[in-house]
Design a protein around this ligand. Sequence first.
Ligand code: ATP
Ligand code: MN
Length: 354
Amino acid sequence: MLCRVTVTATERRLATVETIADIGPIPDADSIVRARIRGWDVVVKVGEFEVGDPCVYFEIDSLLDVTDPRFAFLAARGAQTAADGRRGHVLKTARLRGQYSQGLALPLNLFPEVLERVPGTDVTTVLDVVKWEPPVPAQISGVVRGPRPSWIPATDEERIQNVAAILETERDDWIATEKLDGTSSTYYVDPSTGTSGVCGRNWDLLESEDNTLWRLGRRHRLHELIEATWPDARAAVQGEVYGEAIQANPLKVHGQHFGLFTIRVDGAELARGDWPDWALELSVPLREDLRFPSSVTEALSDIDGLRSAVSPDRPAEGVVWRALGASTVQLPDGTPSRASFKVLSNRYLLKHDR
Ligand code: ATP
Ligand code: MN
C-alpha cells in the first residue's frame, strides 16, 4: 500500500480510507487486539479485522454525528455539542488493558459513499466529520477584526503517527522543543497595509487593554522587534500563550507567558538557525535531553514520562521536532514535507481527556 502524507499546514485529515497494516495481541486480553493503522494503534475486537482489510480510520479529536446510524453506538459513551450545533461523540485517547487506543476504525463496507476510494484518501468532508474545538475563554478571544490574514498559516503541527517516514530523512540537525499546552498566538506586521496585528488560533483580534494575547505582545515589544528586524517585509512570529486562566493551566505556572516557535517572513518559514537572538530568547524550551527517534514507537516511549521544563513537577504534553537548518525536508519517497512534527505523550492525552 502506498500512503503519502505531507506535512503542510492544512485542515486535518480526520477521516481517511486506510488498510489495516498489522494486528497484534494485547497481554492478558483475549477478546481484543491491537490494530496498526498508519502510525496509530487502535484497539479492536478479535476477528473484527484482518491484516490488509480496508477500513475508514477516524483520528482523535473527530466529532462524529451520533444521528448517523453508523456512529449511533458511540452516543452511549458521551456526546458534545459542536460550535455549529451538531451533537456528536468526540474521539479521545483511551487505554484498554494497558494498551493505548487512539481513534476509531470501521469496516469500509459500512460507507458505500467512499467505497471506491483508494487507501490514503481523505474522506473527512464526504463523511461530514468535523474537528472538536474546545470553547475559547473571553479573555483570549477578544473582539474580532476579521479572520487571520491569509498569508499567515495556522500554527498546526502534524503528528508523528501520520508522517512516520520523516524519521528516515538524511538530516542530522533535528532539535526538540517542548510543546507547551496553552493557546496559539500570532503577532504580525504588514507594511503593505500598515497593520500591526495579533491573532489567536483563527481570528485577527482588535487591540484591547486586557486581551491576554495583546498584553503579552506589548510586554515583549513583539511588534517593534518584528518591524526593526524585517523592516520591509510582511513578517509574523507565532508562539504559545500559556499560564493562569489559559486551558486550565495544566502546567500550573504563575502568571501568563509567551513561548515563540515559528517565524514567517515574506511567505516563507524561517529555519530556527536563522532566527534573531531576541526570538531565540523568547523561544519555547529546547529539549536537548532527547535523541532523535528512529521509530514512532520509540518517539512515543521517549516522551512518556517527560517532565516540563517550565514546571518540573508537571508532565510535559509532548515535543515538537524541527530541523535547525531547513524549514522543509524531503521524505524518502521524494515528496517535500515541512521540517516539523509533533510527538504527544499518550499518558498526558489520556489524563487530560483528549
Ligand atoms: P490539531 O492537532 O488538531 O491541530 P491543535 O491545533 O490543538 O490540534 P496541538 O495538538 O495543540 O494542536 O498542536 C499544535 C499546536 O501546538 C500549535 O498550534 C501550537 O499552538 C502549539 N504549540 C505548543 N508548543 C509548541 C512548540 N514547541 N512548537 C510548535 N507548536 C507548539
Ligand atoms: Mn492544530
